[in-house]
Design a protein around this ligand. Structure first.
Ligand code: NAD
Length: 285
């Protein structure tokens, strides 16, 4: 395993590219928007420098990791030598299927095609390719460089060999893995979306302020982050898409909170837009 391609250079794609470059993969990052690639490049290089300044990585490793990265708007170019591709575009099934059909055409025969979907079906995505046995979900967590877990989700036709290779890639990226049989929302998204939605409903009902809901879960239930600050970190648009998918597949329990829908309509998407349940003006972009 030498060449790893990342499709989509948003919040997750850039994080995956960052850890992969540090783990000595040759990393090709693709996005349809040049601006998104430019932002990802400056984010990644800045993160390397911050980590070196804090002593988490050696200065010599920074140059090496930066040299491991290339950025392309041309999808074909970015995956032509890939051993594994990790897709991290928006959580829309039609978009993911369209990309996987292209990946199937452009990638070498041995390439494993992984999706970083939070909720969706690797079986459905894999069925649209000629290599369903090599399609799998690798669900990373945000921020990728800090979070230890990757959920590995096996589709109906995913081979045991693909699962083993994917786990080995996870280990090389410095992560722990859990193996999950496909079901909407897997283990973590299903649980986390429900907690977040309940917190939003409480806020809507006036049960407590955002700060106090988050404080209650952190200090009373020992959650490392409050559910509302976590939703802001994830991105409220991404969270809404996850809720819509879970509502569609698992039913009423997952109906998205009206407050979440209202915030997304207002363009309040959390940290990435500068405001959500909290304000982050200085971190905007
Ligand atoms: P994002 O909106 O930050 O980034 C998505 C990127 O995909 C954008 O840069 C966009 O330009 C690009 N893109 C859109 N269409 C494309 C195409 N056709 N080809 C190439 N690039 C394209 O989204 P995100 O938060 O990084 O989420 C990406 C995926 O990761 C989603 O499936 C999401 O559910 C999943 N995920 C997100 C989180 C999180 O905390 N944000 C955590 C785990 C998994």
């Amino acid at each position: 395993m030498k060449n790893l391609s990342v499709i989509g250079s948003g919040v997750m794609g850039r994080g995956i590219a960052y850890v992969a470059a540090l783990s000595d993969f040759q990393v090709n990052v693709h996005d349809i928007k040049q601006k998104a690639l430019d932002n990802a490049k400056s984010y990644i290089e800045n993160e390397f420098k911050k980590s070196a300044a804090r002593g988490f990585i050696q200065a010599a490793d920074v140059d090496k990791a930066i040299n491991n990265l290339t950025y392309h708007v041309d999808l074909k170019e970015s995956v032509k030598d890939a051993d594994i591709v990790i897709e991290a575009v928006l959580e829309k099934i039609e978009l993911k299927i369209d990309i996987f059909k292209k990946l199937d055409e452009y990638c070498p025969a041995h390439t494993i095609l992984a999706t970083n979907t939070s909720t969706m079906s690797p079986t459905e995505i894999g069925a649209q390719t000629s290599r369903a046995d090599q399609v799998i979900a690798m669900h990373f967590f945000n921020p990728v460089h800090k979070m230890k877990l990757i959920e590995i989700i096996k589709g109906l036709d995913t081979s045991a060999e693909t699962v083993e290779i994917t786990k080995a890639v996870g280990a090389r990226l410095g992560k722990e893995t859990v193996e999950v049989n496909e079901f909407p929302g897997f283990v973590t998204s299903r649980m986390n979306c429900l907690i977040g939605n309940e917190a939003m409903n409480m806020l809507l009902e006036g049960v407590a302020s955002a700060e106090d809901i988050d404080k209650a879960l952190k200090l009373g239930l020992n959650h490392p982050m409050g559910p509302l600050e976590l939703a802001d970190l994830v991105g409220l648009d991404s969270r809404l898409r996850n809720m819509e998918y879970l509502y569609e597949t698992l039913g009423e329990k997952y109906r998205p909170c009206p407050l979440l829908i209202k915030y997304v309509k207002a363009g309040k998407l959390g940290r990435k837009s500068g405001s959500g349940f909290y304000n982050y003006e200085e971190n905007k972009g």
